[in-house]
Design a protein around this ligand. Sequence first.
Ligand code: NAP
Length: 282
Amino acid sequence: MSAQIIDGKKIAAQIKQEVKLEAEAYLARNGRKIGLAVILVGDDFASGIYVRNKINACNENCIQSFAHRLPASTTEEELIELIHKLNDDKTVDGILVQLPLPSHMRQNVVLSHISAKKDADGFLAENAGNLMLGNPSLNACTPCGIIELIKSTGRSIDGANAVVIGRSNIVGKPISLLLMENNATVTMCHSHTNNFINFSRHADILVVAVGKKGLIKADMVKKGAVVIDVGMNRQDGHLCGDVEYDEVKEVADFITPVPGGVGPMTIAMLLKNIVKAALALE
Ligand code: NAP
């Protein structure tokens, strides 16, 4: 039997609905909306679209967005000065610097100036460290969305054998920690793993975050697994994941499509992070 499709759009819409109710209650209590400052430096086309989507999502869900569109010629010092102003601005609860930054800027240096309390993306060392220590933190949005998608299947994460392919700071590492926090036994694979099929074939939960179209074939997946495809690859103008969807859905019990799986969850979880940040600062 074919796998059930995990509908990321539907689950993201439910989360946005919850966010909107919390944001409206915040407005009623405080007389102002929760605020997100979004900084875009330069004119990268894709970044422009991502920023527009995030701003629209804020506007639709009772969150005030403050867009700062800066020219590519902006210096690192000027950008850091703006971040400090936003750190001190009481109407701003979350700050997001759209990546990538122009090549003359040191990304890590710039991000390190954002207050950890306003780290909407959950990328800062302080938040990543708190996640590792099991302390409250603002976590990276895509991994949080993945946990929601897995939970939506009704399959237990507790005790599951989870395999994560990819070990980036924004997806692979944090999702591994979140799965472990939910009591899965986690194996991380990466480009130096010898024959990751030896691990993936035993995974009850398989999360693939590599960025290589068609990497995961049916014979690499355990029958009945939950398969989460994080990959976003463009081919001939179409978006596709890392998983050979048509063949893997005949083996897995649950699978995310690309598009329409993990992608929509990232913005929904960003909104959730902003609310979490605002409530902590209230
Ligand atoms: P990344 O930073 O490029 O990391 C890719 C990871 O894959 C690395 O850890 C790398 O290993 C590993 N890898 C590369 N080739 C491999 C192979 N043949 N076998 C096993 N592992 C291999 O990528 P990322 O930022 O995590 O993103 C991964 C994918 O997810 C991309 O397609 C990206 O567009 C997508 N993405 C989607 C969303 C969303 O919202 N849907 C969000 C973020 C990312 P090494 O560490 O050894 O190099």
